[in-house]
Design a protein around this ligand. Structure first.
Ligand SMILES: Cc1ncc(COP(=O)(O)O)c(C=O)c1O
Length: 326
């Protein structure tokens, strides 16, 4: 069971202008999960439908979660929780020079309690969650912990459902590959499990946008899919079916490369197709590169996972400012 946070199916469109512009020898379709909501946009909302239902079923009044300083997951959690009448405590990995912009601004606007933690403290989030849980319980509250990225087996069910939605919209037999960004691997695990259960032969390719090695993402994916048995799903995945592509991370997590920035600017300017600098620009570059090599004359499906508020963080990077003087 889940709570409804997404008003309707997100559309799938063929990116014809992008195909022509970039002369792609394959067709690109996009599942627009940047449109799952406005303030609750992006992939996290599909996971939160399950996680927040579980939180409420257990009588929680406060959700705890964690992420980077501009975490989309934390922003979506804070806003969805507030809509459902729950408080939120967000543990954000602090960087130099925190500025009140984009996702962080929205976190504060819905009244989340924001706690900054250092890189080092963040490595032991379980201990931080445990301490905060005890503190809140002593104060008479009912906390519920959502892991980083909402990526546990329950959250990943959101993307098993997304595959059911996709299969109502397009013929999965016509799709050779499905691509998404990989951060905490829940989206990828859900897609892979969902496509397997739908008996699709499409390759499911996750593009690693983090500094975590692909091997760790593969192990996590396997663990998440195994964990789905608790919810009655047992897709049989062979190890070689888990494909996490490396080489598109750019300089660091959340730091776009020059190619990423060029792609963001070009696609916005020439086709009003918006990508974000942390996840989707990197994943889309991976999708283009890999599809040129392996999926010529075929159809590929890119899952746009959102993240667009990141365009409002340090925005000078994204636009050529040509102003006409009159
Ligand atoms: C916009 C966006 N795309 C993709 C991802 C990656 O999804 P996952 O954490 O499920 O791998 C995230 C979160 O990490 C995200 O915020």
């Amino acid at each position: 069971m889940k709570t409804k946070l997404i008003a309707c199916e997100t559309p799938i469109t063929r990116l014809k202008v992008v195909e022509t512009l970039l002369q792609t020898p394959f067709s690109i379709f996009c599942k627009h999960d940047e449109l799952t909501g406005f303030l609750t946009s992006g992939n996290k909302v599909r996971k939160l439908e399950y996680l927040l239902y579980d939180a409420m079923k257990k009588g929680a009044d406060t959700v705890l979660t964690c992420g980077g300083i501009q975490s989309n997951h934390c922003r979506a959690t804070a806003i969805a929780a507030r809509e459902l009448g729950l408080d939120s405590v967000l543990f954000l990995r602090k960087k130099e020079g925190v500025s009140l912009q984009a996702n962080l601004l929205l976190d504060y606007m819905v009244g989340s309690t924001v706690v900054f933690v250092s890189e080092e403290e963040y490595r032991d989030m379980d201990a931080i969650f445990a301490r905060e849980k005890t503190r809140l319980e002593k104060a008479g509250k009912k906390p519920y912990v959502i892991p980083e990225g909402g990526s546990n087996a329950l959250g990943a069910l959101g993307y098993v459902d997304a595959v059911k939605e996709i299969s109502r919209q397009i013929d999965l037999d016509e799709v050779s590959a499905v691509f998404c960004a990989v951060g905490s691997a829940g989206t990828y695990a859900g897609l892979l499990a969902g496509l397997k259960l739908a008996r699709s032969n499409a390759r499911v390719i996750g593009v690693n946008v983090t500094t975590t090695p692909a091997e760790s993402h593969r192990e996590k994916t396997l663990g998440l899919i195994k964990g789905m048995s608790r919810y009655g799903l047992c897709p049989k995945i062979r190890e070689e079916e888990i494909e996490i592509a490396e080489g598109f991370q750019g300089p660091a997590y959340a730091v776009p490369s020059t190619e990423d920035l060029d792609l963001i600017r070009t696609l916005a300017r020439r086709s009003a197709f918006f990508l974000d600098p942390v996840y989707t620009a990197k994943a889309f570059r991976g999708c283009l590169h890999i599809s040129r090599e392996r999926f010529r004359s075929r159809n590929v499906l890119f899952i746009h996972t959102g993240g667009l508020f990141a365009l409002f963080h340090d925005p000078q990077r994204f636009a050529d400012q040509t102003t006409r003087v009159i």
